[in-house]
Design a protein around this ligand. Structure first.
Ligand SMILES: Nc1ncnc2c1ncn2[C@@H]1O[C@H](COP(=O)(O)OP(=O)(O)O)[C@@H](O)[C@H]1O
Ligand SMILES: [Mg+2]
Length: 237
């Protein structure tokens, strides 16, 4: 579904991605692991066309998307759940969700009731807080809102950037259960994480990014058992 080949990205003169090869098949949950500043967010931004690769190609459903404007990429069915949520603090929960359907509104769709129902079923807390301002939600609730907002676009592929960041362990588990549920309902997911243990426990496959290069990729269950991963990411000596 998504295929990156030899993707190179610079910020100014600093090369951040040094030739990334990565694939996501339809129906999968794939996680991209990596320490701070390894280039995880840059990989997401490059897929979304927020930053441009200087080399390499990105295909989505067989069509090259590198070079397309972000808006077009989102229209093709890729929805981001950005780092640190980026919800609109002064809009209500419901208004935040409506903005998630913006692209569909632009296409002339007017009825989103089914979608509200679906996301409220996944996130009952949001239903209760429909009229509350986004900025007054707890960290966990804001993460749920960011995920729900992405789903309002009816994406084929969701890109999640560190959904567990800053959340208490019990909420981290909850967020990943919901990611799994969203995937079971038919949405493909690429999730970036530092929290390797939880991410690998729900993912089908994983990639490990180190200073802009993929140094390992395998079935998630095998990565969980890998000596290198255990040492580097699971805090085991
Ligand atoms: N807008 C930017 N301009 C210049 N350098 C950046 C920018 N964004 C990120 N970087 C640098 O690129 C590297 C990778 O960043 P990032 O992709 O955000 O890493 P990660 O998400 O893995 O923590 C870091 O060294 C970071 O400082
Ligand atoms: Mg990041």
């Amino acid at each position: 579904m998504l295929k990156l080949r030899g993707v190179v990205t610079y910020y100014g003169r600093m090369q951040v991605l040094k030739g990334i090869d990565l694939e996501v098949q339809e129906g999968e949950i794939v996680c991209l692991l990596g320490g701070n500043a390894s280039g995880k967010t840059t990989t997401m931004k490059t897929i979304l066309g927020i930053v441009r690769p200087t080399q390499g190609s990105i295909e989505f459903q067989g069509q090259p998307i590198h070079g397309l404007p972000t808006r077009r990429i989102v229209e093709l069915g890729i929805s981001p759940v950005p780092e640190s949520r980026r919800i609109f603090p002064r809009l209500t929960v419901k208004e935040n969700l409506e903005l998630g359907a913006f692209i569909r509104q632009q296409r002339g769709e007017t009825s989103f009731e089914e979608d509200f129902e679906r996301v409220y079923q996944l996130f009952p807390r949001l239903k209760e807080r429909e009229r509350q301002l986004g900025g007054t939600l707890s960290g966990g609730e804001q993460q749920m809102l960011a995920m729900a907002r992405a789903l309002m676009a009816r994406p084929r592929l969701v890109l999640m950037d560190e959904p567990s960041m800053g959340l208490a362990p019990v909420l981290v588990e909850r967020v990943f259960q919901i990611i799994q549920e969203i995937n079971r309902q038919g949405t493909t997911i690429l999730v970036v994480e530092q929290n390797a243990n939880v991410a690998l426990s729900i993912a089908h496959r994983g990639y490990v990014l180190q200073t802009g290069q993929i140094v390992m990729h395998d079935q998630a269950s095998r990565l969980l058992q890998s000596e290198t991963i255990r040492k580097a990411y699971l805090g085991e000596a």
